[in-house]
Design a protein around this ligand. Structure first.
Ligand code: NAP
Length: 320
């Protein structure tokens, strides 16, 4: 089968399309024929070995895909060959024609959801759910700021929060992105590149601030978030790409909480709950992943450049 392989850490050019042996499912394992593969920012950090987190070389990148079950190993009861599924984590890497998974890593993909949308689910939507509800404890009737709402996690957070009954304020850096954020359910949208945009947020909340802030770029925004959270507000750090200086007095003044989160720390029970909620949200149409760009698998280097560029408009997926 064809797969993207990484044999040395480095820039996007180290992603090479190669022919590799097709994996076979062992006991409790599922083999999925990928129709679409999700590209996430974390794939680029692992490729370049940021913070020494790179996988053992050589490896096939990616954790997210959607397709059809090709074969199952002994003891697999949850799915059978021919069923549509989305994949949340793999044993063999997702940037490939076939992905080998543990049976707990595959979830049903309802018929009303495309394979490209299925590939946009795992990291973005599971992260959005975990940040909003398990870490941030967002409640119906509260107000949430999705600080960076035009990308994969942000669109998921907007849809999830709106469906749960929160008032949603999203931000995006382009006019196109802001239109998308409103179309996907935000009550209000702001430009995170515009001077004074958080003054506008304070006006929108009647001077109270937001109960929850989901932060996609904490190194730029954490100090600003501390100035716009309501009393007992929760700031969930989802994304961060550098250092930031904060005035902790702002947290004291509001009894505010700064919460870190990484999806890979979610417990098996939390993950089971998250995916049960996502599958139902797909079925009832409240969750509608937005695809910005589809590229052939061999263009993984271009996809890695695009996912780190500004001006987001939904997800980038690769098509094997
Ligand atoms: P993405 O699709 O690349 O989207 C990035 C988002 O950040 C876009 O909405 C972008 O908006 C926005 N952004 C750019 N400049 C910003 C600013 N100054 N203030 C606020 N937002 C800004 O990425 P993603 O998949 O949504 O992931 C978002 C971040 O979370 C990434 O850093 C990723 O690594 C991280 N993440 C963490 C976890 C975890 O477990 N902690 C899981 C998934 C993702 P414009 O392009 O419109 O400016």
């Amino acid at each position: 089968m064809k797969a993207i392989r990484v044999s040395e850490y480095g820039g996007p050019a180290v992603l090479r399309l190669e022919e590799v042996p097709a994996p076979q499912p062992g006991p409790g394992q599922v083999l999925v024929r990928n129709h679409a593969v999700g590209v996430n920012p974390v794939d680029t950090y692992l490729r370049s070995n940021t913070d020494n987190r790179g996988p053992k070389l050589p490896y096939t990148p990616g954790s997210d895909s959607a397709g059809v079950v090709e074969a199952v190993g002994t003891g697999v009861t949850a799915v059978k060959a021919g069923e549509r599924v989305y994949v949340g984590g793999t044993l063999s890497g997702a940037y490939a024609e076939l992905a080998l998974c543990d049976q707990g890593q595959v979830h049903p993909l309802p018929a009303n959801v495309s394979f490209a949308q299925g590939a946009a689910l795992n990291v973005p939507y599971a992260t959005a759910y975990h940040a909003l509800f398990n870490r941030g404890h967002g409640q119906a009737g509260e107000t949430v700021l999705v600080h960076g709402a035009s990308g994969g996690v942000g669109i998921g957070a907007v849809q999830l929060a709106r469906a749960r009954g929160l008032t949603v304020i999203g931000t995006a850096g382009t006019e196109r992105g802001r239109r998308l954020v409103l179309a996907e359910g935000a009550h209000h949208v702001l430009d995170h590149g515009a001077p004074g945009y958080l003054d506008e947020l304070m006006k929108l909340t009647g001077g109270q601030g937001v109960d929850v802030a989901l932060e996609m770029l904490a190194n730029v925004n954490l100090q600003k978030d501390l100035g716009i959270v309501a009393m007992r507000g929760r700031i969930v750090v989802i994304g961060n790409r550098g250092m930031v200086e904060i005035n902790a007095r702002l947290a004291m003044n509001r009894d505010a909480t700064i919460l870190g989160m990484a999806l890979y720390h979610a417990t098996p029970a939390q993950l089971a709950g998250i995916h049960a909620a996502l599958v139902e949200g797909l079925r009832n149409g409240t969750l509608r992943p937005v695809i910005g760009q589809e590229l052939p698998l061999g263009q993984a280097p271009r996809a890695h450049e695009a996912v780190m560029a500004p001006g987001h408009h939904g997800k980038i997926v690769l098509v094997p």
